[in-house]
Ligand binder design. Structure first.
Ligand SMILES: *[C@@H]1O[C@H](CO)[C@@H](O)[C@H](O)[C@H]1NC(C)=O
Length: 311
């Protein structure tokens, strides 16, 4: 009797200890998955220059917040024998068209890039994010940046983009097509605006855009930038803006309807105050300034795409 009482007590203590251990373990895992990646405790100034990982020619794009906890809902498809893509389709809503996404240097597997595709799908677009680095995205610990970058020739990338466009037109049978790119991919959006038969282009903080690239654009193109971007200075963005203004191709706002007076396909350059590089898709969303700018930027993207895609 005493023995059984004792063992019951021991069992209760044992169960309590086990429960406590499980709870602590769960808290640890959850905090790792959900909180650790977004806790930029070293970077509360909101400019997203992670102080551990400052931008430099060797480390060109601050690592920022990767949204590591995001669970993607799309699937992987083969564009051809060399190129795979992440594909996200609208569910329970009619399809408004296709959006081809150009990822940043961290590549198509980055949850933050796939999250953009899923968001587009939720808003009625078939979104496709091809792996333009063919399994070899930028990895700061493994590569020297310039060497890595030159290993991916623009010619090869253009070929993979063309293959993706053919895939969209044939396998997905969608006519309306817009492109959206981030950082490295923002420059690809500007190239696509010059080169591809598309309806509209959006470039989020495109890196390395020259005035000549802008003059070559053939499609309505929206350029979104952060005022406090340390990769692309606001002076550089203002130069892009004045280039388009002087070419008489700049609208006054995302919704400005006075396209008749323009000499060429319309464009608009928007600069978001108090936010840094990659604020829209990889910013610290716990920061209300960054969150608000991100929401506004994606809203602008949707307005631009729906404005310039037919039907
Ligand atoms: C962004 O840059 C402006 C102009 O230099 C400055 O006034 C502002 O404080 C900066 N904001 C942040 C969040 O660093």
């Amino acid at each position: 009797m005493g023995r059984s009482l004792c063992s019951t007590t021991r069992c209760a203590i044992c169960a309590a200890l086990t429960a406590a251990a499980i709870a602590i373990g769960l808290i640890f895992i959850l905090s790792y998955v959900y909180w650790w990646p977004t806790d930029n405790s070293t970077d509360k100034d909101g400019d997203m220059d992670n102080s551990v990982d400052p931008p430099s020619p060797e480390q060109p794009c601050p690592s920022g917040d990767f949204h590591t906890g995001y669970i993607a809902t799309g699937s992987t498809v083969a564009v051809n024998s060399d190129v795979v893509a992440y594909l996200s389709r609208p569910v329970g809503t009619s399809c408004k068209g296709a959006v081809l996404i150009f990822h940043d240097i961290y590549g198509y597997g980055l949850p933050a890039n796939q999250q953009v595709a899923d968001d587009l799908a939720q808003n009625g677009y078939v979104a496709i994010l091809p792996d333009l680095f063919r399994g070899n995205p930028w990895q700061p610990d493994m590569y020297e940046y310039v060497e890595w970058k030159t290993s991916h020739s623009q010619e090869r990338i253009d070929g993979d983009i063309d293959a993706t466009v053919s895939f969209i037109r044939s396998a997905l049978s969608v006519d309306n097509l817009a492109v959206v790119g981030f950082c490295w991919g923002g420059l690809q959006s500007v190239f696509a605006s010059a080169r591809l038969s598309i309806d509209a282009a959006v470039a989020f903080y495109g890196v390395g855009i020259t005035p000549d690239d802008l003059i070559s654009m053939n499609k309505p193109t929206l350029l979104l930038h952060g005022q406090n971007d340390t990769i692309i200075s606001v002076t550089d963005v203002e130069l892009l803006e004045s280039t388009l203004h002087n070419a008489n191709r700049l609208l006054q706002s995302v919704d400005d309807l006075e396209t008749g007076a323009l000499r060429g396909p319309p464009s608009y350059v928007k600069i978001f105050e108090d936010v840094g590089h990659s604020f829209a898709h990889r910013g610290d969303m716990d920061d209300p300034v960054i969150r608000q700018a991100s929401e506004e930027a994606f809203n602008d993207m949707y307005r631009w795409i729906s404005r310039f895609t037919p039907g």
